[in-house]
Design a protein around this ligand. Structure first.
Ligand SMILES: *Cc1c(COP(=O)(O)O)cnc(C)c1O
Length: 727
């Protein structure tokens, strides 16, 4: 028995699988493979060249020649492996008896949720082969779905299928960032059309002032959790409406508003069209705010005479909201006239004036005619709201108190351990805990056993992951250097770059200026001395995209790139292009120390440092976001304290000085010291502390439990207002 939400779908691609391997089809369509390395390895065995090219099972299976199946059927090793993976997959899907939610509800049936949680987000980072994410928000959403699946929580995700995704980054020989939009082919992704109640492929429509816009509803299966993705690029739409869902965080404001109307209103209709009755609705960031409008419209339609403002109040009672940024510009706003115009069908249906609705979306500014602020609108209505770290909770309350009398709580982000821990370490952990990180919902006490992992094993696994990173970086950089026209000599030198004995600092994140990617470059001479030290050298690797509209962020990339190709820093600093989940996995698994130095308190949480910590990679970081609560004095280093200077220039100066000092006096001596056995014993202690402090506390398993207890359950107790008609 399982508590999962079931969404029927159209058949997927016909791979012509032999009966004995039929299960591979379902496996290919379930993103469970993305956090189960054994499953990935199985697809790689079918066709290793195709796997390394696509890194996704559907195109691999689609390209298999029938003769290859005959070979595989008589390959005993392969068949044993396949049946093991398929059995494990089957157990994962059907069992659930040892899952967190089943355990909680078996012991206390009153804890059963009266319906599933509907989770809305503008982006989802599940795997790099499905590029419908840009960064932290999407990866958090993906990790949230994966943990909901592990926990067997009744849960359904809703988002958009961006066929042109988020931009791919190249850096040209002068350090300029170049942008290219990918082209996603749904047939080659683990996507199938969801089937509506009448059995036909589900399509929903959304009212615009002069027309309807239609959206196909795709199903991406994330373990036990269905993720619904809306797509307007279908023949039912006029050509001009088809690109609405093409580009993630599209720049044009009207296009962006159209997108968010499709997400909120279309998303709510998709759930209705599937007969799903959520017990609570989770708006992960404000992009999906319009789902409140659609649900209010349903109430008004079902209960003539009900005022729209009262309907909005009621639907807010089982809605919860997570706010993700303390940066003012990070909150989505739309021009008042534009929003009034595009929302006019709703205003008419609900008999509300545009003025009245715009007032409900009034932000913190004091303009006479303020824009419609999505964050403010949701904060006014959602029964509960939370920030994503303790420190962010404080800043969020300070910012929004005027709007929201009830406090904003704090649920610190986490990461999905099975997605982010490298294979060598994962094997060690699984041996120590006698559990599978990917199938069993973890509990905190399980990890007590990690204390038994031997220092030599921990170090050995880290070295293995570091070697894998180095190999990966060399091949990526060789391509980049060749494209830039570097000489064969330089390319040859690259093969010697990255000495595994040398400490590698990793820094990867969006190149927004408040993140100060160039802080370490504050004093170029001091940095050069540090990197080139003959006894304790350092290498630095960076990755990250700057938003196409963020010129200052792009200039930071250019400055660092130029320095990295010029003496004296040349050969010691490298930038990897096109930061994505794959690069992130290599980096957070294989560098030696993770650097994060935003301007406090601008980083709401940050999650890459959590991923690194679970891999035994300590952080050296500003006490901002998660590190403000995660740093315990033993698991890494804090740059500076909790006081901030009013003057940014002085703050940068002070933080840079402290960063250099920490590296020179504490990090490097500890890393390079050897004990009687020739091991960096003290450093390994720090690694172990990093793991133990993070593996439960900064996991999405812990985070999800908090969402259930503190947000979802209380919200579901507020009676679901009689849901009106279907879409
Ligand atoms: C984890 C991750 C992020 C978010 O990390 P931050 O520390 O919040 O910057 C962004 N992009 C990718 C590809 C990631 O894997």
């Amino acid at each position: 028995m399982t508590s999962a939400v079931r969404v029927p779908s159209q058949p997927g691609y016909d791979f012509g699988l032999p009966p004995a391997l039929e299960g591979l089809g379902e496996l290919a369509y379930n993103l469970w493979w993305s956090w189960t390395p054994r499953a990935g390895a199985l697809f790689a065995r079918i066709d290793s060249a195709a796997w390394s090219r696509y890194r996704s099972p559907i195109p691999v299976l689609a390209a298999v020649e029938p003769g290859r199946w005959t070979e595989l059927l008589s390959d005993e090793d392969f068949m044993v492996d396949a049946s093991r993976v398929l059995d494990e997959f089957e157990r994962y899907l059907t069992n659930g008896s040892d899952s967190w939610y089943r355990a909680a509800t078996d012991s206390d049936p009153s804890a059963t949720l009266p319906g599933p949680i509907a989770y809305f987000c503008a982006e989802y980072g599940i795997h790099e082969s499905m590029q419908i994410y840009s960064g932290g928000l999407g990866i958090l959403a993906g990790d949230h779905c994966k943990s909901a699946s592990d926990a067997a929580l009744p849960f359904v995700g809703v988002g958009l299928l961006y066929r042109r995704g988020y931009f791919r980054q190249q850096i040209d020989a002068d350090g300029h960032q170049e942008h290219a939009q990918p082209d996603l082919d749904p047939a080659m992704l683990p996507l199938r059309r969801a089937r509506g109640r009448d059995g036909s492929p589900l399509q929903v429509s959304v009212d615009f002032p002069d027309r309807k816009v239609h959206a196909a509803v795709w199903l991406a299966q994330v373990g036990r959790v269905p993720l619904l993705l809306l797509d307007t690029d279908i023949p039912a739409n006029e050509g001009s409406d088809r690109p609405i869902t093409h580009i993630l965080y599209v720049r044009g404001r009207e296009m962006r508003l159209c997108q968010e109307i499709v997400l909120g209103i279309g998303g709510a209709r998709a759930l209705r069209g599937l007969g799903i009755e959520p017990a609570a609705w989770h708006l992960n960031e404000g992009h999906s705010a319009f789902l409140l409008l659609e649900r209010a419209r349903e109430l008004v339609e079902a209960e003539p005479g009900l005022g729209a403002d009262e309907a909005l109040r009621r639907v807010g009672q089982n809605s919860v909201f997570t706010i993700h940024t303390p940066v003012k510009d990070g909150n989505e706003q739309f021009d008042r006239a534009l929003a009034s115009r595009l929302l006019s069908p709703w205003l008419k249906a609900c008999a509300m004036s545009a003025e009245q609705l715009m007032e409900l979306g009034r932000g913190l500014g004091d303009e006479v005619e303020p824009p419609f602020d999505m964050t403010a609108f949701v904060l006014r209505h959602a029964a509960a709201a939370n920030a994503v770290s303790r420190l962010h909770g404080e800043t969020a309350n300070a910012t929004w108190a005027a709007l929201r009398p009830q406090p904003i709580s704090a649920i610190t982000n986490g990461v999905h351990a099975a997605t982010w821990i490298g294979r060598p370490l994962r094997r060690l952990f699984e041996r120590a805990t006698a559990r599978s990180l990917g199938s069993d919902a973890p509990r905190p006490e399980v990890f007590d056993n990690l204390a038994q992992v031997l220092p030599t094993d921990l170090w050995g696994a880290h070295r293995q992951q570091k070697r894998e990173l180095i190999e990966f970086m060399r091949s990526r950089l060789a391509r980049q250097f060749a494209r830039h026209g570097e000489s064969p000599n330089v390319l040859r030198e690259l093969h010697a770059a990255f000495d595994p004995e040398t400490l590698i600092i990793g820094f990867a994140r969006r190149f927004a200026t408040y993140k100060r990617a160039d802080l370490l470059f504050h004093d170029e001479h001091r940095l050069a001395r540090l990197l080139a030290d003959s006894e304790r050298p350092v290498q630095l690797v960076l990755a990250g995209k700057a938003h196409p509209a963020d010129r200052p962020g792009q200039q930071v990339i250019q400055r660092i790139f130029t320095l990295s190709r010029t003496e004296p820093l040349r050969g010691r600093i490298f930038i990897l292009e096109d930061y994505d989940m794959r690069i992130a996995r290599f980096l957070v698994g294989g560098v030696d120390i993770w650097l994060n130095n935003p301007r406090r308190p601008m980083e709401a949480s940050g999650t890459s440092g959590m991923k690194a910590a679970m891999n035994g990679i300590p952080s050296i970081s500003i006490l901002d976001g998660w590190w403000d609560e995660g740093f315990n004095g033993r698991n890494g280093w804090a740059i500076g304290g909790r006081d901030t200077l009013a003057d940014d220039v002085a703050q940068d100066e002070a933080d840079a000085a402290e960063l250099y000092r920490l590296l020179e006096e504490e990090v490097l001596p500890r890393y390079y010291a050897r004990d009687g056995e020739g091991m960096p014993g003290d450093w390994i202690d720090t690694m172990r502390e990093a793991i133990e402090a993070a593996i439960w506390q900064f996991s999405t398993a812990r985070m999800l439990g908090e969402y259930v207890e503190r947000m979802y359950r209380p919200a579901t107790r507020a009676a679901e207002p009689a849901a009106a008609g279907s879409a």
